[in-house]
Ligand binder design. Sequence first.
Ligand code: BGC
Length: 765
Amino acid sequence: MKDYLVKDNWKIIEDQYHIEFNQISESIFSIGNGHMGQRANFEESFTGKTLQGNYIGGVYYPDKTRVGWWKNGYPEYFAKVLNACDWIGIRILLDQEEVDLHKAEIKKFYRELDMKRGVLTRKAEFITPKGRHLSIESQRFCSMADDEIGAIEYKVTSRNYNGGLALVSYLDFDVKNSDANYDEKFWEEDQQVASDEAMYVIAKTRKTNFQCAASMDHSLTINGGKSDHYFDYGNGEKYVEVFISGEIVTDGEWVYHKFVNISSSRNHNAESLLPDALTKSKAARSAGFELLLESHVDAWSKIWNTADIVIKDDVAAQQGIRFNIFQLYQTYTGKDSRLNIGPKGFTGEKYGGSTYWDTEAYCLPFYLSTTDASVARNLLIYRHNQLDRAIENAEKLGFSDGAALYPMVTMNGEECHNEWEITFEEIHRNGAIAYAIYDYIKYTGDQDYLVSHGVEVLVAIARFWSQRVNFSEAKQKYVMLGVTGPNEYENNVNNNWYTNYIATWCMDYAAESLAYIKKSHSADYSRIISLINFNESELEKWSDITAKMYFPVDKNKGIYLQQDGFLDKDIISVTDLPQSERPIHQKWSWDRILRSCFIKQADVLQGLYFFEDKFDLEDIRRNYEYYEPLTVHESSLSPCVHSILATKLNMKDKAYEMYLQTSRLDLDDYNNDTEDGCHITSMAGTWLAIVRGFAGMSVENDTLSFSPKLPKQWTEVSFKTNFRGQMIELVMSKDGNHLNNLSDSSIKVILNNKEFVVEPIGVTI
Ligand code: BGC
C-alpha cells in the first residue's frame, strides 16, 4: 500500500517528485475521453522508468499468441489495443544539453489531475547537470467535447539561464507495445509531412489495416509577445517534428501550444481521413487553448452533474469515488456501440484493452444510472452485434444449432484467450451477458429491447447451456462437468454452483422472454422464431433441465457448495495465512493454489448478489459467513460484491472495510500493480458498493427503491440517479434520508419498504 498522494475532494495531487512511483503515477494521472487516452507521461525526454502509452479505442492488432501446447479451439491471436501515436512529445534543448528530469536536480515538482475539469497539470523546477535553472509547466487534456482533439499548453521559464533554447515538438507513430509477444512493431507508415503548411503522420496497423491519422498545429508566444524564433522541420520513419529555436533570458518565458487531432478509419473514410484531420487541427489552433478547454470543461460538468457522488467530511472516500467515476467516463462514454470497457481502459496495456464479462456484471449498472439509457443500451448492442461470432465460437468447440458462447476476452467478437481452463471452461461469462439484458430491462422498462434484440441473444445462450449439461444416471440430475467458476483459483471443477445456477436462470429467462413476446408481440414472435430457427420443443428441453439441475449443497452447514468436493479441501481461514505469503498468486505455485481452499473472488457470493431476491437473508448470511473468511480478494472485482452483501446483512464494519479496498485500490496501489494500469472495470464495483450497497437501490415492480444504511464513518452521502427519464437525488445523512425529485413530474419511490410519491419539490422522510 502507498500513501504518497495528497487527499483532495476534486484533485489527485503528487506534490513531490516520487521517481520510485513514476509508473504508478503515469497510470493514475491518465487522461482520456472514450475515443482515446494516454498515460501521464512527461512531454519532454525522460530516461527514467516509464511506460509511454497512447491508445485509440477499438484500434487493435491480432498479436500471435504464445502457447506451449496447442489445443483445438484455441484462438490464433490475442487482440491488443495498440500503443499508438505519441503526440505529447516536446523536447527541450538548451545549448549542448537536452532537458531530462531523470538527470536534473529537482527543486520542486507538482502533478495534478483535476477531475472536475479533466485536466492534467505538471510543474517542475529543476537544475540541469550544466547548472541551467529552469521551470516548466504543462497542462493538457483529451477533449470531451470533441473526442479526436487533444491540446497541450507548455511553458518554459528560465530562472538563471541565458542562451539558446529549442523546442522539438513531434508526432511519433514509431512506437511498440510493451506487451508485444514477439517484440514486433505493429504500425506501418502510410504518409507523413512536416512543413509550414501541415504536420501529420498517417500510419496503418499491420493485418487489421486500421489507418490512423495524427495531425498537429501549434503556436508559440515568447515573453508575452512576439520575439525572434525559427522553425525547421524534420522527419523519420512514422515520425515528424518541428524544431523551434530562439533565445531565452533569465525570467523569460516561452508558452507553446500544441493542438492535435487523432482520428482513424474506424470513423472516417479513406478519402476524408487526412483532410478532416488537417482541418480539425487547424480549427483547434484557431479556436485556441482557452476556448477548447472551456468546451472540454463544460462537457465534463454535464457528466458530473448526473454522475457525481458527494461524500461529506471524508476526503479520502470522496477522492476515491470521484476518481472511479472519472476514470470510467474517460474510458467509455457510450457514444460508439463498437467500443467497450477494457479492464485497464487507456491507462496501460495488460488485458489488451479488450472486453470481459466485467462490463456486463459490473459496469452496466453504473452507466444505467448515471446517464441516459442509450449508453447502457449500446453496451448490450455491442454483444448483439457479436452474436454471430459467439455462435461460431461455440461451433469451434463442438456446439451446434445456434448455441452461442461469448468469448472470455474479445475485441471484435472472436475469442482471444487461450488457456484451456478459461477459454473453454470459464463459461459463466455467458450468464452475465444474459443477466445484463435482464438488468437493463428491469431498470429502464425498455421491453422493446427484448423484442428487437435481446431475445436472440438469450435464446442462443440458453441453447449453449442446454448442450453443455449432461444427464447423470447416477445422480438422476443434470450436471455440468469441467468448468471454472468466477474463482479462477480452481479449474476444471464439476458442478460449480454459480455456473449451474446462472445456467438454469438463463434458460428460464429465455423461456419467459419468448412467452412474453408470443403473448404480446405475436407478429414479432413469428419473425423471431423463423430468424433464429426456433423449435418450441427446445422449451421442453430447457424446462426439463432447469427442473432437474443438480446443485451441490451441504445441508449440515446450510450452504451452497462452490463445487463438488469443495469440503474435501483443507479448510483454513485467510487470517491464518501469513502476510508474507500473500498475494498467493505471486508467492505460491499454481498447483498449491488450485488445491487450496482460498477463493480469488466472489463465486457462490456472486450468485447470491445477482439473485439476492431469490434467497432469504439467513441463507445469504450462512454462505457469506462461510465463504468470506476463505476469500483472498486477489481480483479487484471481489471486495465490492462482499461490501454489498455485508451491507445487506447489517455487517456495517465489514461492508465499509470492503468498500475501502475497492474505492482507493489504485490511488493507494493496494495490490501493488497499478503501474500496469488502473483497474477500470472494478471501479464500477466501488460505485455499486455505494449505490446498490449502502443506498440499497433496486427496482421493485417498476418502482425505484432505496433502503439506505449510511456507514457510521460518514455524515452524509448523496447521488443522483436517472430512472426512466426522471432524475432522483438521494441524500443519506445521519439526520435521515432526503429524496429530491429533480424532474418535472411526480414519481413513486419506495424508501425502506414504504411507498412515497415524491413531488418535484422533494420530500424529507
Ligand atoms: C478476474 C476475472 C476478470 C479479469 C479482468 C481476472 O483477474 O478473475 O473475473 O474478468 O480479471 O478484469
